[in-house]
Design a protein. Structure first.
Length: 241
């Protein structure tokens, strides 16, 4: 009886944890649409805050590369948020979006996601190049400005190809379903994450070698993979499952 009582006391915390987890999972399942819309609303509020601060700075500063990169990142996240909101309405709202609009919604979503991750890599590359001593820095800045605009073309082409290979389909239950695992998106996220992290590591090494802002460089290098895992890492997992 002593052994049974001890086992019962040992199992009680596990049983309580299982019950709490089951109740939480059930609550999330019942409120998926509201939680998704809340997350998108917070995202839109953050993008609006970014745009507001961009308009407040002086015009001479707005024309610089880094503010333009942040503006493009905000626009890409806006496209991503619009596409994600429409998909959430279809997935969790049981067909609030007509089937004929699904390809357009998917292209907007994929374009925003692709441009966002490419812009993050572009920011890392510009930061690394700025740490080097160039004889003609204006030429490098001009090339970076031009390539920043071309990311929209690359993002749109990738989104059209991805929509052709892995389109969104409307199921009999009036929910969205992607045809097969989206290996294109998984590959894009994995490659951009690896390349961007490598650029940040090179940037940290250059800064440490020159003894300029070593703590800030290391902080950026460590912060990027953590931010990626909490954002696009979850997207990659969703594409895989």
């Amino acid at each position: 009886s002593v052994t049974a009582s001890a086992m019962e006391e040992t199992d009680t915390p596990h049983a309580m944890a299982s019950t709490v987890f089951a109740n939480l999972s059930s609550w999330i399942g019942d409120n998926r649409l509201h939680l998704a819309l809340l997350a998108e609303t917070l995202s839109f509020a953050t993008i609006g805050w970014l745009f507001l601060n961009f308009c407040r700075i002086r015009s001479t500063i707005r024309r610089r590369l880094f503010p333009l990169q942040l503006l493009q990142l905000g626009l890409a996240d806006l496209c991503l948020g619009i596409g994600a909101t429409c998909q959430d309405l279809c997935e969790f709202g049981h067909g609030h979006i007509a089937e004929e609009f699904l390809p357009l919604v998917h292209v907007i979503y994929c374009t925003g996601r692709t441009v966002a991750v490419l812009t993050e890599a572009h920011i890392a590359l510009a930061l690394f190049l700025s740490a080097l001593d160039w004889r003609n820095p204006l030429c490098i800045a001009k090339w970076l400005r031009l390539s920043l605009r071309l990311l929209w073309i690359a993002g749109l082409l990738f989104a059209l190809l991805e929509n052709d290979e892995h389109p969104l389909l409307l199921t009999a239950e009036r929910t969205c379903s992607m045809r097969g695992k989206d290996f294109m998106a998984i590959g894009l996220l994995g490659v951009t994450c690896g390349v961007t992290l490598l650029i940040y590591i090179c940037f940290a090494l250059v800064v440490l070698w020159g003894s300029r802002m070593p703590q800030a460089a290391l902080f950026r290098t460590v912060l990027y993979p953590a931010n990626f895992l909490l954002s696009y890492g979850l997207l990659g997992y969703a594409y895989w499952t």
